[in-house]
Design a protein around this ligand. Sequence first.
Ligand code: IMP
Ligand code: MG
Length: 190
Amino acid sequence: MWMRDDLERILFHETTILARLDELAEQITRDHLGKDLSVVVILHGGMVLMADLLRRVHMPLLIETLTASSYHGGTASKGVVDLREEGLPDVRGRHVLILDDILDTGLTLATVKKQLIESGGAEGVRTCVLLRKKKERPVRVGADYVGFEIGDEFVVGYGLDFAGRYRNLPFIGVLKEDVIRGELAEKGVE
Ligand code: IMP
Ligand code: MG
């Protein structure tokens, strides 16, 4: 399998991820029962989590999406979040749960959260990520629901990509150094 061969090691197998999603979904359901909930999914990274997590949340909810990115093809955040304002979902008066694949610098979640409160008029905003990198963050932002904490390394699979690929790996792993170097050299990305 070509994608598996590109990995140095696997961090979380599919069964481990799904078992953790059962727990997160139960917590999310408990915290939001009786509220008007809109889940705002950050694309593309949050789409696999969205499908598996939300099918485990047993209450009525709306699903919205928005596209944000801060990586632009490499393996490190460029510190600027591209967010299309005209695509901001209508969440006025609603409780919002933002879903993303990973909390890295925290810039993406902080930016989206701010927008949904200030421009979107959300009643309350909570955040959920599958992974959180253990690191110092320039922006003071956490996540209310976290699947797993990982070290400060670049991971792929289960929605997370490298140069657009590997999102469809059903598990999460670390790419081999030479795969990263080869791709970046080919693209001319530093
Ligand atoms: P932040 O704004 O620095 O927190 O970056 C979060 C975004 O960067 C996530 O939504 C991911 O799309 C992307 N990202 C951060 N770390 C990784 C990683 O290890 N692999 C793949 N994408 C990542
Ligand atoms: Mg993302």
